[in-house]
Design a protein. Sequence first.
Lengths: 280, 275
Amino acid sequence: MALDDTRLSELLEQSHDLHTDAMTTTRVALDEYVELAHDEPLHDDSWRDVDPAMRRATLLGGLPKTGLLAAAGLGTAMAALLASPAFADKTMDVQMLQTAASIENLAVATYDTALTLDFIGGGSANGVVKAFVEKTKEQHQQHAEAFNAAATRLGGKAQDQPDPVLLGVVNNAKPSLTGPAEVVDLAIQLEDGAAQTYVANTGAYSNKNARSVAASIMGVEAQHVAILNAVKALLAGGAADLIALPPAAASLPAAAGSIGFPNAFYPTTDARPANEGALQ
Amino acid sequence: MRRRNRKQELAISEAELVSMTHDLEDAHHESLPSMRDSLTEWSESDDDIRSGITRLVSTPSSRRAFLLGGGAVLGGVALVGSGMGSGLAAAATRSGRMGVPSATSAQKLSGDLAVVALAASLENLAVGTYQAGIDAATKGSLGEVPPAVVTFAMTAQSQHKDHAAAWNGVLTGAGKKAVTGVDLTVKKSVDKAFAKVADVPALATLALDLENAAAATYIAAIDVVKNPAGIKTAASIQPVELQHAAILNFVLGEYPVPDAFAKATGARTVKDKIG
């Protein structure tokens, strides 16, 4: 047989191009697969719950026959993986993390605003309240960073904006922030909403790292609520001077001992929706 | 602890404040049915749990963190015994007569149920410790005890009883016996510390240690428990323990929310002895 060197070179070049394209596509898919494996979703066996016949059909058919994945040759299996429940869980996890970050962003901004009010951050402020607001703001900043780190670890983007729905609540409340009690009321709403959301999310995350992050933060928000509840009661009782460290415990009303923690089990009825602060 | 002698006139009456607290208590009790539903779901959800043969599924590092999270978390205070010890022991015995079926200390549990039993034992220990504190206060052994501190102790104790009942509901729902005993490994440290308790700050410090240990244990548990309903239950309890801790910090004159993140440091392990 006579060898056509020119044609052979062209074919080799085409083959090389196809191979390079395939490797690029596969590498991306494999990276995602490795990331998924490292994250160890809670429901390891959820894919096995799918009817075996359905599973085979998904793997062997009903998949794109054209496009980069099909051209990769290995795309059939990878496409099935990308469509698997594990990846759907990952998307939900990212949404929840972004929503959580957005709640934290709003908390930081709200406490920032509060500190501009003289009775919270200025000369007429109670020193303990001012210190609490400053430190709490810092803690929320750390929370936002932690939630965003968890989101980007799962391939999502960091959320640097406030929760859009709660932002409306805060903006509506701003004109009425005429004294410490009003600020405390607003803070309780935000902190309790955050705590309830993270308690709910802890039970919903499929990614272990995301769950750990939420679990490490939910109790801290609950602590903010407890202290704010106590401060609210003292302000309502005209006993602002009892807001001190250490407090004059003997002067505190009996009910003040329990006002901070009204529930034996932290509720989740007011948890924010999972995608409320998610990036679109 | 500094105390002011003057009584402060409040703009609202004690009765009004008590009424507000009762409203909050009503809200709490209204939350219990949904909690019971969640626990029922857990008890019924998994054959492995019913047979108590669930294996702990976790990454080696998280499992190590949980298992190695033991050690003396409560102050390490070596004490000379005193009459307080008997008060605590008596309180622990009373906590065992709370109307739940007895469990033998030799009940073998593994996996998620072992974690549940540990949690129940810690809650029982908290109940008993608060009772001992209340008894000591009643006897006048702690000096002047502010009314708010008594209210705190009684409310926190009541919530720990609810927590213990919740965990025991999971055990009995899985065909196991309820845990009426306490974490004996921790109790050793508690007894030592309690024997030295002579005033409210010392009692508050002991209570704070217990609350923080419980909260840390729940953080660790959330990392290793496999059953989603179990994770939800632990997630609903851990924040409340930390709320107790925040108020105790405040009473002690410490910054009430010192940490931005709760940790598993000091968590108890399933190796603790339950009696």
